[in-house]
Design a protein around this ligand. Sequence first.
Ligand SMILES: Nc1ncnc2c1ncn2[C@@H]1O[C@H](COP(=O)(O)OP(=O)(O)O)[C@@H](O)[C@H]1O
Ligand SMILES: [Mg+2]
Length: 352
Amino acid sequence: MTDRPTSGRTVPRETARSGERPSAEKVREAVSDAAASAGAGVLGAGEVLYPGGDEGMTPIAEEAARAARVLHPEDHRLPRPSERRVITVANQKGGVGKTTSAVNLAAALALHGARVLLIDLDPQGNASTALGVDHRSGTPSVYEVLLGEMTIDEAAAVCERSPDLLCVPATIDLAGSEIELVSMMNRESRLKNALTTEALDRLDVDYVLIDCPPSLGLLTLNAMVAAPEILIPIQCEYYALEGLSQLLNNIALVQSHLNPRLHVSTILLTMYDGRTKLADQVTSEVRTHFGEVVLRTVIPRSVKVSEAPGFGQTVLTYDPGSRGAMSYLDAAREVAARSGVRRQTEGAETAR
Ligand SMILES: Nc1ncnc2c1ncn2[C@@H]1O[C@H](COP(=O)(O)OP(=O)(O)O)[C@@H](O)[C@H]1O
Ligand SMILES: [Mg+2]
């Protein structure tokens, strides 16, 4: 990032730290000031300014080089984990990039040699939409799995564009399940009980990714009980750290009462906008708090990433030459390389 002069109204680092709640108006003003002083509109369209790149190339050559890396997996295969990994993608804040990250990481892992199951646990069914999987009411889905009417492999559908990517969709039927589950036996471990070794062996998957709804209700609790790993996407914006302590407290509670293996294995910074100082402030704030759990790769804010689900695609197939596709591939590579991180970080983050 170049150090551009900023106006006096840019959000000061101290304010972002102290947790004071400035009015929405002030935040908007500060954010647009920061962007204006960097010579850009906050919500301006177009590819983001993501640091790094293929030096000395024209933009078209750069894009072609990225597309080749994304689309030719034989040259860039990712290691398969020695053991199956179950990763819950959670953050009770909405719109932070949970679904986008779950879908694109799953697609990147699947494109590069792993077999991946994505479980859509959000009644909105955004992950199912993004993967182009049917999720009309009545379709075999995670709802039937939670009710115990179907096994996870019976409810899994193969994604048309990626034979190694499977998805258990969420239908609108899931919307009432938070209430239905309350009176059920083992209401918080129904997903865990469904993720049997036999069923997952039948699917022959290396990774299970669970996309959570934006709440800390029973569905998210089921996901936290079912997985040893949590991946938290954090949006590079002003309120990024707000609500995070509540999430970490919940994780600690689940860890001590229901799932001792639960730990935050990964934090992924999303929607990074290099044109704002704010994004850099949030990035360094999060890295200071969480250290090596934070992936080095940061996902840029990119129009291509947000357009892809509208075409029932991930950004990897929708625009493989985009920086969004490349960054999700890089993030997936880091996730794949992290199979050994668990022992070092276990308990450290959840103890906060
Ligand atoms: N890197 C990105 N660049 C631009 N838009 C993004 C990016 N990541 C997510 N979005 C958009 O932001 C919105 C919220 O993302 P989503 O993944 O659905 O969040 P969540 O699942 O946490 O609610 C969606 O419209 C999505 O397309
Ligand atoms: Mg979502």
